[in-house]
Design a protein around this ligand. Sequence first.
Ligand SMILES: NC(=O)c1ccc[n+]([C@@H]2O[C@H](COP(=O)([O-])OP(=O)(O)OC[C@H]3O[C@@H](n4cnc5c(N)ncnc54)[C@H](OP(=O)(O)O)[C@@H]3O)[C@@H](O)[C@H]2O)c1
Length: 293
Amino acid sequence: MALLWKLLVASAGIALAVYFYTGQDDFKPEMLKGKRAIVTGASSGIGEQMAYHLARMGSHIVITARTEEKLRKVVSKCLELGAASARYIAGSMDNMEFAERVVKEAEKVLGGLDFLILNHIGLTYFNYFDGDVGHIRKLLEINLLSYATMTVAALPMLKESGGSIIVISSVAGKMGLPLTVPYSTTKFALDGFFSSLRQEFYFQKTNVSITLCVLSYIDTDSALSIVADSIDTRPASKEECALAIIKGGALRQREVYFQYWFTKIPLLLRDWAPDFLDSMIRKDYNMEKIVKH
Ligand SMILES: NC(=O)c1ccc[n+]([C@@H]2O[C@H](COP(=O)([O-])OP(=O)(O)OC[C@H]3O[C@@H](n4cnc5c(N)ncnc54)[C@H](OP(=O)(O)O)[C@@H]3O)[C@@H](O)[C@H]2O)c1
């Protein structure tokens, strides 16, 4: 165990050094000025905050989610903050025709695309797996297939602009967390789809970057309402998280880890000491607070 700890500390040191000394300071807000972006799931939470950051940086923004009233408010705040333009398209991502339509309408109003930011998630539960495979299928449509559909529709524009796809995932898409079976399934699938596609882009000389964002627990209303009582970790700020994502995407980073300590560092253990990592994860959960189905 002592050797394991030494290895872990050494690896963490190297990882932190790489993190702090590889281009973190190259970001400039002007990089986003006049850029054309679609942000999904932008009526609340991290997506809403990403829209505000892009607005302050002077981007053209098309946002989408289901709730029109919330989207209207986000658009008017984006315009106040300095967006070059801001529009919304309301609808549900369980419908692939809608997913495609968002891209086509954005093309009409923006005349092209620089950033496709895929962030929305469907509603699920935080509890023991209830055996409902139909729910997993439905969640895969919203959390994975609509991402793939929008990517396919946006690729011609992104190739033209040398643009970027930013995919919002989670630690639950990199390692096994309890109580998130359907959600985790969809987030692992995103890694498979986009990591494989990134490799193909290399062979095809496709100048489109893919940034997969691996997030820890963030203080959005939905996350707080679902998990606050059940896990001991303190959530990170949604505003800071949104900025880290925008920076990583603009710098065309392969992956963004936020918060670093709660994502990248535990992941160093995943392939070397998986049982140890699993037991560390379990320590954060107050399972007595979970009301079983
Ligand atoms: N917060 C965290 O702790 C955390 C941790 C790790 C990863 N993440 C990831 O970060 C991203 C954002 O999470 P968040 O906490 O900001 O979530 P959130 O506040 O609940 O926002 C989810 C967004 O998705 C939209 N949405 C829900 N169902 C939809 C549907 N069927 N079709 C289209 N849009 C739909 C919601 O708007 P409407 O209801 O109006 O449609 C909302 O705008 C997600 O990908 C999540 O997995 C979050």
